[in-house]
Design a protein around this ligand. Structure first.
Ligand code: DX5
Ligand code: ZN
Length: 237
C-alpha cells in the first residue's frame, strides 16, 4: 500500500545475477545491489549445464550476508532430491528446471511446505504448454532467454512469443504468477520482455559491469515499469 492507502500499481522487479561477480569479494559485491529486489543466485552442477558454480552451503552464507533476499535458480540435474536444501539454506524463492524434475508437482508442494516461493524454469527449447494445467502450483515461471550455463550471452528474441503465451495463460487462469526472464537482459531487451509480459528481470553483466550498479538497477526498473504489460498480450492481440 502506498501513503494514500490505495494498492500500488504492479511494478517490475530487478534481480541481479551474481554469477559473474568477484567471488573473492562476494560480500561487497552483494552490497553493490542493495537496491535490487532480490539477488539471483545461479546454482550449476556441471551436469545439467557444463559449468559448476556453488552449492547449498555457499548459498546459506550468502543468505546470511546479503542485504536483499535470495532468488535461487537451480541448474542442477537432480532437482527432486536436491532443491529442498536451497530452501533450507535460506533462499526466499527457489526455481528448478522443468526438464530436471521427475515430479514437478510433488517438488513444488514440498518447497511450498518449506516456506519458499516456487519457480519453474524452461530452457529455450522447452515449451510452456506442459505447465498450463499445473500453473497454480507455482509462484513464478522463468522463461530462459539464453541457453543456461553462462553469463554474458545475447538475449534470444525468439523467446518473446513464449513470454507472451505464458503471461496470457496466467491471465486466462486468473492467477497471480510472476514471469521471470533471465539471460542477456539489458536496456534494450528489458523493454521487449516487459512488453511481452515479464515482470521479474534477471540481469548479470548489465548490472555488474556498470560503474554504478545502483543507478543501473534504477534505470532498468524505470524502463521495465514503462513497458510492463501484465494483461496477457491484450495489446498484441
Ligand atoms: C545463465 C544464468 C543467468 C546469467 C545472467 O545460465 O541463469 O542468470 O548469469 O547473466 P547475463 O545477464 O550476463 O546474461
Ligand atoms: Zn539464472
Amino acid at each position: 500500500m502506498n501513503r494514500s492507502g490505495s494498492p500500488r500499481p504492479p511494478a517490475a522487479r530487478i534481480n541481479p545475477s551474481v554469477l559473474n561477480c568477484d567471488f573473492m569479494r562476494i560480500g561487497e559485491e552483494l552490497d553493490r545491489i542493495a537496491d535490487a529486489d532480490r539477488a539471483h543466485i545461479d546454482v550449476m552442477d556441471g551436469h545439467f549445464v557444463p559449468n559448476i558454480s556453488f552449492g547449498a552451503s555457499m548459498v546459506e552464507q550468502m543468505a546470511r550476508r546479503s542485504p536483499v533476499p535470495l532468488d535461487a535458480h537451480l541448474m542442477i540435474e537432480d532437482a527432486d532430491r536436491e532443491a529442498l536444501a536451497y530452501a533450507e539454506a535460506g533462499a526466499e524463492s527457489v526455481t528448478f528446471h522443468l526438464e530436471a524434475a521427475a515430479a514437478p508437482v510433488r517438488l513444488a508442494r514440498e518447497l511450498r511446505r518449506a516456506g519458499v516461493q516456487v519457480g519453474v524454469a524452461l530452457r529455450p527449447a522447452t515449451p510452456v504448454e506442459p505447465l498450463l494445467d499445473i500453473l497454480g502450483e507455482f509462484d513464478m515461471v522463468l522463461v530462459m532467454t539464453v541457453e543456461p550455463g553462462f553469463g554474458g550471452q545475447s538475449f534470444l528474441p525468439e523467446m518473446l512469443p513464449k513470454v507472451r503465451r505464458t503471461r496470457a495463460a496466467i491471465s486466462a487462469a486468473n492467477l497471480q504468477l510472476s514471469v521471470q526472464v533471465d539471460g542477456g537482459i539489458n536496456r534494450e531487451s528489458i523493454e521487449l520482455a516487459a512488453e511481452a509480459g515479464a515482470d521479474v528481470f534477471v540481469a548479470g553483466s548489465a548490472i555488474y559491469r556498470a560503474d554504478d550498479a545502483a543507478a543501473e538497477i534504477r534505470r532498468l526498473r524505470e524502463l521495465a515499469d514503462a513497458h510492463l504489460d501484465l494483461c496477457g498480450g491484450a495489446a498484441h492481440a
